[in-house]
Structure formats: C-alpha cells, structure tokens
Design a protein. Sequence first.
Lengths: 256, 298
Amino acid sequence: MNGEDVMDTILKTIDLTKKYDGRTVVDNLNIEIKKGEIFGLLGPNGAGKSTTMNMICNIVKPDYGTVEFMGKDFRKNKKELSKRLGYIPQNLAIHGSLKAWENVELFTSLYGIKGEELKDRIDESLEYVGLSERRNDYAKNFSGGMKRRLNIACAIGHHPDLLIFDEPTVGIDPQSRNFILDKIKESNKNGTTVIYTSHYMEEVEAICSRIAIMDNGRVIASGTSEELKKLVVDDVESITLEEVFLTITGKKLRDY
Amino acid sequence: MIRYLIKNNFKIMMRSGVNILLYIVCPVLVSAVLISAFSSLMENYKPDEDFMAEFGAIETNFADSINEDQAKDNDQTNGMTNSFNIAAINIEHPYFVPAIDSTDYYGIIEVVYFGWCAIVCISGLLSSEKKNRINDKLYVSNLSVTQIYLARLIPLSITCALGVSIAAVIGMVFMGVHWGNLLLSAIVVILMIFAASAFEMMLYEITNSMLVTIIVSFAIVWIWGFFGGSFETYMFSPHSMTLKNIDPVYHGNRALVELSCMGHSDYVLSSVIYSVIMIVVCSLIAIFAGNVRRRKGA
C-alpha cells in the first residue's frame, strides 16, 4: 500500500470477526471505504450489517481483526478518532422529554464542543435538518419523520469526516425520506464520507457510489450498481438492484 | 465533557411527574398519617416543675461494726445487721433527655425514607436510554463508563435532594416539624441520598433491568426501614441492636432524630461514614459491572 492509498482510504476493516454464542456473525470481513464516497452496505436480516457497524463505531469489540480509521487503528486511537465519526443509529437515539435543541446540545457536547461554539452548532444542525422552527418543542411530540431528522441533527453537530447511517429512513413518509436522502447527498458533496445501510434498494442505488452485499457475515459481492448488475445479466437496464440482491442472496426467508 | 450530559439528564429527571409524587406528595401524606396515628403514644413528657424524689436503701453491716442503738432498732441475724432508711430530696430544675414527639419523628423519618427510593427518579431516563439504545451513541463518542455513571449519579442525587428538601420545608412550614441542627441534618440527609442513589445505580448496573432493580431496591430499603425505625420508632422497637447497627437507615434516622431533639448526636459520624463507604463501594461495583457489560457489547 502506497501513501496515496492511505490518503484515499478513510476506513478499512481487516479480517473483522465476531461470534455470538458460537455463531459467526461477521466472518473475516475486509472492506475498504474511500474518502468522499457514499458506500452502501446491503444484506438480508442477520447478514451481519449492524454488528459490522457496531464494530466500526467501537460499540462492540471484535473477536478478531481491526478497524483502521484515517490510517490508524481505531481502538488504539479512540480518543482522537471518535471525534471524526458520526453515527446515526437505526433506533431513534433521542430523549422524548428533551426539547429538540437540548437533544442536539447533549450529543454534540459529547465531542468537547461547548459555549458559543456549541450554540452555533446547535443552530446549524437544526437548520440543516429543517427543524429550526421547532427547536423548542419536545421530541416526544414530533412525527416519525421529524424524529428521524432530529436523530441526524444529533450526529452531525461535531462536523465528522465519516457519517454512518444505519437504516435512517425506516418507517417514515416519502417526503421525509426524500429530504434525508437529499441531505446525505449534500453532506457528501461537502466532503463527508458516508456509509449507508438500508433494505430499500432504490435508495441505495440512488445515492451510493459503491455497494457491498453482505450475507452470512461476509461480503459476497461489491462494486458500483452497474457492476453488480453485470454479475447477473449483461443488459444492466433489464434488471433492478433488488433482483440482483435476491439472485445473489437467494429468496429463502431469513428468520433471525 | 459531561457537564451538558449532567445538565440534560437533570432536566429529564426534573420533568418527570413521578418525582413530584414520590418526593413531595408521598412523604407529606405518609408523615401526616403517621403523625396523627402516633401523636398520643409519643406525647412528650417534659416535667418542668420541681418535685420531691423519695427513695429507700437497705444497708447491710457486720455486727461488730454497729453501735448499740442501731442494734436495738434493727434485726440481727448471724452477726449481720440490716437497716432500712428512707430519704427524700427535692429535685430542682429537673433535666431530662428531651423526647421527640410524633410530629418531629415522622416528619423527618418519612421524608428521608422516600429519599432512599431514589431509583424511581431516574427510571424514566434509564428506560429511555435502554429503549432507544442511547448508550451506543455515548460509547461512540468515547465517553467512559465512569463518565456515564457520574452523569447519572450526580443529577439523580441532586434531584432527590431537591425533592427531599421541598418536602422537608413543607413539613416545617405546615406541620411544624423541627429539624434541630439544620446544617448537620442537611449533611446527613444529602450523604444518605447519594448513598441510596449509588446503591440503587449499582443494582441497576448489575441486573440491567429497571423492573428488577426497583423490586430489589424497594425490598431492601423496606427491610432497612423496618429495622431502622422508619415505621415503628427505633426507641420502642424490640429488634436487636446488632441488626440496627448494620442498618444504614437506622444510623441516619437516629442521627436526625437526635439532632432534632437534642441538637447533637453521636450517630452523625457513623451515619456519615456509612454513607461515604456505600457511595465509594457501590460506585466501584457499578462501574466494574458497566465495564463488563460494555466489553461484552451488551
């Protein structure tokens, strides 16, 4: 690996492995995410996507393997590197009994931002997700889409270099989904690298520059949308990403 | 780094209606009921007039040590003499150890007892954190288990202390409860609340279940209260001193009751030491349990 490669790669997993109760959930996973891309991670339920995200974010310790972030071992440089990462979990990680601005304050302050700078970041984050006018409302009174947007606002206030979205559009209306996808593309244009997981294939196809399909804890296919389609048929116009996904991972139900 | 986390956790707890019920309504109601129920039983005995005290004494002497007159008046058996004397003295300005009445006793004890139920105060926050997996986001930001623990313990203790203080003021103003030495009482109460918070947070970190924590902590606190004088006064209770001495509630209760009626108490020191030990030991165990869970990725 030369110096240019190191600069290009923002995140890399090396032989990442995790077992739960003897079952291998993530199996020697090697993925590499380039700076400035939107990387989509697809997979059926139980494929290991969320566990992979949790290991990347240092929520779960891998049994084996490492995560390199900004060219450094993430676990060994957590203090320095965690400020460069933003995580938008699948769950709405907000407090209903706090106002919108208070939620953003709480999570942004965790990265050492305080005082006037913190106030500016709160305004900026709420503006970014279109919740400025509802800043003084309690989160419990928000609709599902507004809660999703607030969830995003809570993760971007510290200006991370890498944003990880774990199914951020589950259970929301098309308008909110469209808004969130636009904002992800906007963040990416501003230089933020994005890792995006979803079950909605059309979303992934619309925003991701590169896609990896996971199953049984391994990446079984990766590339651009066209490259993935070409794995199945030559005429990429004749097939959707969902059909590719079902062809590669199979149609058997996954009951985990 | 955790200043804002403490502040917002505090806001969440303060906005819970359960806390108003637990720390203000419940103690005031319970103490009012107990005060009226036990008022006649615990009526003060405070004789403030001089009185005569009479007492008798039997003197036993060997025969060779008595004189002839005494020997005539007293019974002699086997060379021994028993004499019976009656004396009376006038007790002026009698001093009694002040007794506490039911208003002061239950007005203090019940307010403090509810302070031991601290976990309810934070149950909403912890449930929200667990349900929404907020801990994951705290871990992503590289917050340590110790920081997360402190960001819960500090606002929890402050919220409880505030609730107890409001209930205490209501008791003082509307029921005439006397706390005696306010400064020492405040120290004892605040440390007890920190100890209760640390103890119950430890139970939560170990069980990782709010329901189990509430059941177990309420059961333990009830037992402590039972032996410690929270229901039956510790002065009249027949329980052994050994049980009372290992009971943190007893030390706190006794210190506060004696501070109220005498202005000083030997139990202040033991209560403070008990509370500090509980805070340190329970916090260490809680942080250890939290670290174990985090390592497991639970």
